[in-house]
Every structure is written in structure tokens, then in C-alpha cells.
Design a protein around this ligand. Structure first.
Ligand SMILES: [Zn+2]
Length: 258
């Protein structure tokens, strides 16, 4: 039997308009996703599913913060040193989701239960991590795929922010890890129209199925109704950065169009 997983991506104060006065990287429309995500989690629990969250968790000296780079302009793309000694492109984001800050916390109205699985990402100051599964250079797994598979998850449904960055990248990597992956489009929000259009193409190429919240019950019935072949082993956790530049230049979907 299959098992459904709901992956709620980065529903944290810094990304959600109106969450608190200091919200620094708000995604338009993210605030209107909160109630819908809370509603849909009930359907997943009723279906015996697993609820997981990703949580952007940066140290203060993180490489994605524009104010950690002398003269950098916010939202520009800068070539910065990569951990393997080469260079990598990095979007210069405003300071956000610093561990221990108000912006790092989940939105006040988002339901988070003690049984929920919480996956931090972006903890390495030297590499950003849009996806909940791998860092942006694909060098290190967060262990999320293994944690989901250990609970028998076979089908993954992705919601949250931002569609064009972390939610989309998480869905693509979920599919690459062997989960049958869906993205619930009307429970996501995007940073920009151009990046959202580019992400939509990459999601389609990765085999991620776009669905609407209203259709979730139907898909959940399918998960329970079908026998599913076991998922193979995923990439192992590793702190070895060798070969990152090659992987980044050839296969990383995360930077393909930025
Ligand atoms: Zn971040």
C-alpha cells in the first residue's frame, strides 16, 4: 500500500506578508495559503498520511544574504566562492529566516503538531538550499527522503512558498528521489511571474503533477488503492564537496534560469 506525505515548504514569518512587522522576504499571496494548508492537512491525517515541514534555518553569516557581501545589490545574482574552491551563482536575498529570530518561526496561524516531521535546511553558511532534500549544489542530502521513506511515504504532495524557488525545487527533488510527486498549485505562491513560468516548465520536465486543493481527496484515495513498488535507495548524506562544481554546472535544476 502507498502512503501519502504532505510537504509544507517554508511557511515561516519572513516569507509571509503581514506575519510580523519585520517580515523581510514576503511572497505575495503566501498569507492566503495558511488556512488552506491547515484545512488540507486534516485530509492527509484522515488518510493516514505523514505531515512534514521544511524550515529555512540560516546562520547570520549565510552566503545568501546580500549584506554579507560588500557592495552587493539585493536580488542581484552574484558569483561567489563555492565550497570546492570554484565559483557558484547565488541570488542576493535580503536577510531572512535567521535561526532563533521571529522571521524563522512558522506563521502563528499555521497548524504545527508535535507529530509533524520538521526538516531544517540552509544551515551551512557556505551553500544555499532551496530544496528540502538537497543543497543547491546537490552535494549534500538533508536526509528528508530517508525520513519520509522510513515512514512508508510513497506519494508526496507539495505546498508552501515559494513556488518558483523552494517549493518547486523541493517537488523536483522529491520526484528525483522516487516519490510520485504532486504540487498543489493553489496552495503555493511565487516571488515573480518569470521565475514561476520557468519553474512550471522544470516541474513538468521532472514529472511533477500539478493539481488543485479541491482534487486532493481523489488523489489520496488513489494512494491507498494501489500497491506501490518500494522506492530504491537515495543519495547518501555526505559532507564531501568534491565534484560539486561539475554537478552544479550539469544537472542542478535550481539555477537553470536565474
Ligand atoms: Zn533562505
Amino acid at each position: 500500500m502507498g502512503r501519502a506525505g504532505l510537504l509544507i515548504v517554508d511557511m515561516q514569518n519572513d516569507f509571509i506578508p503581514g506575519s510580523y512587522p519585520g517580515a523581510s522576504l514576503t511572497v505575495p499571496g503566501a498569507e492566503s495559503c495558511v488556512a488552506g494548508i491547515n484545512a488540507i492537512r486534516i485530509a492527509f491525517k484522515d488518510a493516514g498520511g505523514v505531515i512534514a515541514h521544511t524550515q529555512d534555518s540560516h546562520p547570520a553569516d549565510h552566503c545568501s544574504f546580500y549584506d554579507n557581501h560588500h557592495g552587493a545589490e539585493m536580488f542581484s545574482i552574484r558569483s561567489i566562492p563555492s565550497p570546492d574552491g570554484g565559483k557558484m551563482d547565488q541570488v542576493m536575498w535580503p536577510r531572512h529566516c535567521v535561526k532563533g529570530s521571529r522571521g524563522h518561526e512558522f506563521h502563528d496561524h499555521l497548524v504545527v503538531e508535535t507529530s509533524d516531521l520538521i526538516q531544517p535546511k540552509g544551515r551551512d553558511p557556505a551553500v544555499d538550499s532551496y530544496s528540502g532534500f538537497f543543497d543547491n549544489l546537490k552535494g549534500r542530502s538533508t536526509g528528508l527522503a530517508d525520513r519520509l521513506q522510513a515512514q512508508g511515504v510513497t506519494h508526496l504532495f507539495v505546498v508552501g512558498v515559494a513556488y518558483d524557488f523552494c517549493a518547486g525545487s523541493s517537488a523536483i527533488d522529491g520526484a528525483s528521489c522516487g516519490f510520485k510527486t504532486y504540487i498543489i498549485e493553489n496552495l503555493t505562491a511565487s516571488v515573480g511571474a518569470d521565475t514561476a513560468a520557468a519553474m512550471k516548465e522544470k516541474l513538468a520536465e521532472a514529472g511533477v503533477v500539478p493539481i488543485a486543493a479541491a482534487d486532493v481527496q481523489t488523489y489520496l484515495r488513489d494512494v491507498g488503492a494501489h500497491d506501490v513498488a518500494p522506492i530504491g535507495p537515495t543519495k547518501k548524506d555526505s559532507i564531501d564537496h568534491s565534484g560539486l562544481a561539475r554537478r552544479y554546472s550539469s544537472t542542478s535544476p535550481n539555477f537553470a534560469s536565474y
